[in-house]
Design a protein around this ligand. Sequence first.
Ligand code: UN1
Length: 491
Amino acid sequence: MGQLTTYQNYIDGQWSDSVSGETYTITNPAHKSQVLGRFQRSNNEDAVRAIEAARNALDGWASTPAPQRAAILFKALQLMEARGDELARSITIEEGKPIGDAMGEVKRSMNITEYAAGEGRRMFGNTTPSELPNTVAYTSRRPLGVVGIITPWNFPLAIPAWKIAPALICGNTLVFKPASATPMTAVALTKIFEDAGLPPGVLNLVTGPGGSVGNTIVDHPDVSGVSFTGSTEVGTALYTRATQTLKKVQAEMGGKNAVIVLEDADMDSALGGIVQGAFGSTGQRCTATSRVVVQESVYDAFMTELIERTSKLTVGDGLDPAMDIAPLSSQSQFNTVMEYIGIGAEEGATIAYGGNPRTEGDLDEGYYVEPTIFTNVDTNMRIAQEEIFGPVLTVFKAADLEEAVSITNNVKFGLSSSIYTMDIPQAFRYIDTVETGIVHVNSPTLGGEVHLPFGGMKESGVGTREQGTEAINFFTEPVTVYIDYSSAARA
Ligand code: UN1
């Protein structure tokens, strides 16, 4: 414990302790006894200081030409690349995910930073003919103002990056509150922006609980917008609260994503996509595949092969590149996943594979659960309806596309979905009727490219989508300008 590093908040360009004088520690989910660092347990006073710093920095940053803001983002991109291995390691030891997934997260963060920086030379508005003579009509963009960035633990680098980079290029100043469980990578990201030359007060980091820091950001009248990712439960409460002060809110929340496998599908590709979608990143991903709907005629063959492939997955410390499945990220995630496995069994579903913690050897030092597959699942069961956020897959049978789509849509979520088929008319019928914000054909439910909108329908999301030009829309206010140059009095 003597060597333990204490990490600080970053407010107004200074690394500083919380006024609370309190800190907390986090541990490695693969080795519960390994303490990773001490972090500030900030309170509402720290959050207010950060908001004031952001407010004071706003005029300067907003009036910096966007291509100059972009130059700082390009510098941050270089630093992310140079520090890529370190960042990936930080993600794996604090969140748990396999190192390959963590490297993917670094790449994703670089991509969004590059994309956002490029937008610095493309802050386009529209010009349009006016209905009046001698009048110019156009729109321009203005930053929202001070924006709160509230992020989850499952993508400690990529989610903050894909909110912060677009918010910065648009000229906003930020208060960043990362998940309490993953503050270490958040510090590393903030340091990158500091080293890239971001002026003091433009990006402020405050670590600590949602109840104090998060709520202060959400309630404060000087904060104009909040970009949140997390559970539907927390996001709904946050949305309700933030809109009391008429803030612009973007909340990206849960999923219960389904893959349909039709009888004509390329089975190898379907199985690969489903195993990766369900068990990659240990299922702790809002786009994870948590349901599969298989056409009856190919169900038995599909199940045999699915179990065969799942049984070959390796489970262990994410720092070992040979591991496919790493620990769940915390004791509470472990408890939740084991509880859902119990609920599924009690509800009468069949555990076709897995269902147990893994504790042999040194696995008992971490929060390991076997990849788990349920069959004989009824669509009304809780394991069929609720987001589990772990390596648990539920499998359904359907007679045809219509029944498969109806099962897919029969949940309150609408984030991502996928179909495996070579039948073009059926694929398009699916695209037209599936109720999700992201639709895949012959590819896993996961991920997305940073220049395209990301987000869901129904209880998966509210507000403007993240990423792509939608992010620029969220982080700016449109200003509509009419200039009458006729010098004539209006009738
Ligand atoms: C992805 O699938 O790569 O919280 C991104 C989440 C999502 C991001 C998923 N907001 O898991």
